[in-house]
Design a protein around this ligand. Structure first.
Ligand code: LLP
Length: 400
C-alpha cells in the first residue's frame, strides 16, 4: 500500500488520519461481486464496519445492498442512495422510533431477534396499515472460533432466537397479520479464518429451513450473515480475501432451493485492508527495560488493540522515503542500514491500555516519523471516540 510516492502525498497533512486506498477498495469490491454473482448470491455491506461517505458510495456503485443495525445506519444508507429494497435492519435492541423510521421508508426486511420484537413490529406496522417483511435471526449455537468478544452465535450470546423458542416464533408469525415471513438469518461471529465454521453453519441453516418448511412456512431468503476474516499479519501479501473459496462453501454445502435467495452481510472482508491509520511520532522515550514510541493517534482513533488485544501491523513509513533515497545512492546504502530496535508503540490517551503493540521491531525511529497502523478500514474510524476531548478523525484518500 505504501511506497515513497504515496508517503510524499502525506507531507504537511495534519495527523492522525485514516488513509484510504480507493483503488484497492474498488478491486476488493469487484472481486467479491464477481465471486458472488457466479452463484447468484446477494451481498449486503455491513455499515457498522465502515460508514465513510466515499467508502459507501463505492460500495453502492458496485451494486451491494446495505446491512444496518440502527436507525442512524438506515438513514445513512438511504442518504447515500442505496436502493431501499436492498436495505436490511438487524440488531437486538431496535427502538420503536427506529422501527417506525424503517417502516416509513419501506426497507426490504427486518432481521428480528426476539419474539417480543416480532409483536412490536407487527403492532407498529399495523398502526401504519403496512406489512413488514421479517427474517428470523436464529442463534445456531455454532462456535466461530474467534475472539470471544466477537463471537455471536453461541447459546450464551444475546443475539438471535434460540432454537427451542422456534415453536413460539411460528405461532407468533401465524397470529401477526401485519408481518410477512421472508426467511431465516444467521451470523455466528466476525474475523472467522477457519472455513469449517461456515460449513457447520450451512448444516444448521439446512436443518432450520427444513423446520420452517415442514410447518408450511416457505423460506424465501437464507441470510447467512458475514464474518469472513482478513489477514492482519500480511496485509500486502493478502490484500484481497479469497471470496471465491468462501462463496463456494455455501454453494456446496447449503441446500438451496430454486425459489430461494442467499444473502450475505460482509463488512470486514470488504474494507479492512483498504485503510491504514497514519500517525506521527511525538516522542521517543528510551528506558532501561523498554523503548517507547509515543504517537499522536490513540485508542480514541483505533480502539481494537485496547478492546480486543487486536493485532495491527505497525510500520514506520517515513523510512520508506529514506530507504528509497539511499537506494539511489548505492554506496551509502549498506553503511546506513539500521538494525531494528524493539519499541512499545503507545498513544497519548491517559489509559495504560492505550497501546498499539509491544516489542515491535522497527528501524530506529525519531520524532516526526510517520507510522502506519495497517488493516484499519473495518471497525476503525467507526469506533472512534471523543474521550479526552479528542478532535474528530480526519481522512486522506489515494490520488489514483
Ligand atoms: N451481520 C451481523 C448481524 C453482524 O453482527 C456483523 C458484525 C456483520 C454482519 C458483519 O460482520 P463482518 O463481516 O464484518 O465480520 N468491532 C469488532 C467486530 C464486531 C462485529 C459485529 N458484527 C472488531 O473490531 O473486530
Amino acid at each position: 500500500m505504501f511506497n515513497e510516492r504515496v508517503v510524499s502525498t502525506f507531507d504537511n497533512k495534519e495527523t492522525p488520519f485514516y488513509y484510504y486506498d480507493l483503488k484497492l477498495l474498488n478491486q476488493t469490491l469487484s472481486e467479491c461481486k464477481l465471486a458472488a454473482d457466479e452463484h447468484h448470491f446477494y451481498v449486503h455491506f455491513a455499515l457498522k464496519s465502515n460508514f465513510n461517505d466515499k467508502v459507501l458510495s463505492a460500495v453502492k456503485a458496485k451494486g451491494f445492498g446495505a446491512d444496518c443495525v440502527s436507525g442512524g445506519e438506515v438513514k445513512k444508507a438511504i442518504e447515500v442512495g442505496f436502493d431501499k429494497n436492498q436495505i436490511v435492519f438487524a440488531g437486538v435492541g431496535k427502538s420503536d422510533a427506529e422501527i417506525n423510521f424503517a417502516l416509513d421508508n419501506d426497507i426490504f426486511a427486518f432481521n428480528v431477534e426476539s419474539v417480543q420484537e416480532l409483536e412490536v413490529i407487527d403492532e407498529l406496522a399495523g398502526a401504519k396499515s403496512k406489512k413488514a417483511s421479517v427474517a428470523i435471526r436464529i442463534n445456531p449455537n455454532v462456535d466461530a472460533h474467534t475472539h470471544h468478544y466477537i463471537t455471536t452465535g453461541l447459546d450464551e450470546n444475546k443475539f438471535g432466537i434460540n432454537s427451542w423458542d422456534l415453536p413460539l416464533v411460528s405461532e407468533t408469525l401465524k397470529k401477526c397479520k401485519n408481518l410477512e415471513f421472508l426467511g431465516i438469518h444467521f451470523h455466528v461471529g466476525s474475523q472467522i479464518m477457519d472455513m469449517n465454521v461456515f460449513k457447520s453453519l450451512c448444516i444448521k441453516v439446512n436443518e432450520m429451513q427444513q423446520w420452517f418448511e415442514e410447518r408450511g412456512m416457505p423460506v424465501k431468503i437464507l441470510n447467512v450473515g458475514g464474518g469472513l476474516g482478513v489477514d492482519y499479519q500480511n496485509p500486502d501479501e493478502n490484500a484481497i480475501p479469497d471470496f471465491k473459496s468462501y462463496f463456494k462453501i455455501f454453494a456446496d454445502f447449503l441446500n438451496i432451493k430454486t425459489h430461494q435467495e442467499v444473502h450475505f452481510e460482509l463488512g470486514r472482508a470488504l474494507v479492512a485492508q483498504c485503510s491504514s491509520l497514519i500517525s506521527k511520532v511525538l516522542y521517543i522515550k528510551n528506558g532501561i527495560k523498554k523503548n517507547f514510541v509515543i504517537i499522536d493517534a490513540g485508542m480514541t482513533e483505533l480502539m481494537r488493540p485496547a478492546l480486543y488485544q487486536a493485532y495491527h501491523q505497525i510500520e514506520n513509513i517515513s523510512k520508506l522515503k529514506v530507504e528509497s533515497q539511499k537506494s539511489k545512492d548505492a554506496e551509502s546504502h549498506i553503511s546506513h542500514l539500521n538494525s531494528p530496535i524493539s519499541y512499545d508503540v503507545v498513544g497519548p490517551i491517559c489509559e495504560s491500555s492505550d497501546c498499539f503493540g509491544k516489542e515491535i521491531e522497527m528501524p530506529e525511529t525519531k520524532r516526526g516519523d510517520l507510522i502506519a497502523l495497517r488493516t484499519a478500514g473495518a471497525y476503525g474510524e467507526v469506533m472512534a471516540s471523543a474521550y479526552n476531548l479528542r478532535p474528530a478523525i480526519r481522512h486522506v484518500y489515494s490520488e489514483d
